[in-house]
Design a binder for this molecule. Sequence first.
Ligand SMILES: Cc1cc2nc3c(=O)[nH]c(=O)nc-3n(C[C@H](O)[C@H](O)[C@H](O)COP(=O)(O)O)c2cc1C
Length: 318
Amino acid sequence: MEYENKLVLAPMVRIGTLPFRLLAAEYGADITYGEEIIDHKLVKCDRRLNEKIGSIDFVEKGTGSVVFRTCDEEKDRVVFQMGTSDAVRALTAAQMVCKDVAAVDINMGCPKSFSVSGGMGAALLTKPDLIHDILTTLRRNMSIPVTCKIRLLKSSQDTVELARRIEKTGVSALAVHGRKVPDRPRDPAKWSEIADVVASLSIPVIANGDVFDYDDFQRIKVATGTSSVMVARGALWNASIFCPKGKLPWEDVKREYVRKSILWDNDIKSTKHTLKEMIMHHSSLELPEGKAVIKSDSLVDLARLYGVEKSYDFFVKN
Ligand SMILES: Cc1cc2nc3c(=O)[nH]c(=O)nc-3n(C[C@H](O)[C@H](O)[C@H](O)COP(=O)(O)O)c2cc1C
């Protein structure tokens, strides 16, 4: 996979499942990251072909829950993002999915206590030897691209130093979220510090942070000097942000998301969570639509709510 000149859907826990990734791609995303999946969880899964819907599922033994679902249509652009703190376990997990995805990415930016206390996510940023171990192990043993996603360190110099070490492991690209570990999402992303990384590396850098409109793609490219841009919240709130002609009405985007969730038999909890996040941004969960989503028990309830019963009938009959 190439990483130059790409519009990228960022990894988002509980959001970046198959229907959301396909939605973003339909609107113009070139590369779509899946939600972070922890290596411990993936290694407990079996790979199964789901003949009913034509997906490839990684299903947890014992519970039967689908941990990762993908399909042939996205094989050349989907990135499997992993949470890990151990090179050997990361490799075991990566080898399980490598034939079904375009690349594997390691999350080195998540500041949440669940990740950090397990030595994953942003905890890795202070362990350059472990980063080296994980990335070189994956690189040497995998034929698909390996990448990672970091946050900024305390000083720009520290970030550049770490980015240079990461580049030496042979990764194909580096995504940089322009915030530091203690920063909140409302703090502005520091595009100038991403620019320092871009200027110091030869591999493609994917700039991430505060892209909310199509015009922002050009602004962040100019400000950072890179050609590839990753979007999280801007895509969550309206996945058609990737359309060069401008965003579609969010009502249409939401309905298309529900339709795809039905066709790909998406987990109802994850579908509701994504819809609630969209509604909270544009309106309120206290209004009738929000209340109805909260009350929905199944995809058929959501099909009725959004007037896409035909998709549900198609799903049931086929
Ligand atoms: C709902 C949500 C879930 C996220 N989950 C992940 C994740 O699984 N892995 C990751 O590396 N970053 C995750 N992030 C961080 C985003 O990928 C991104 O780095 C951050 O939101 C900044 O981009 P933005 O300004 O476009 O939102 C998440 C962000 C949001 C809003």
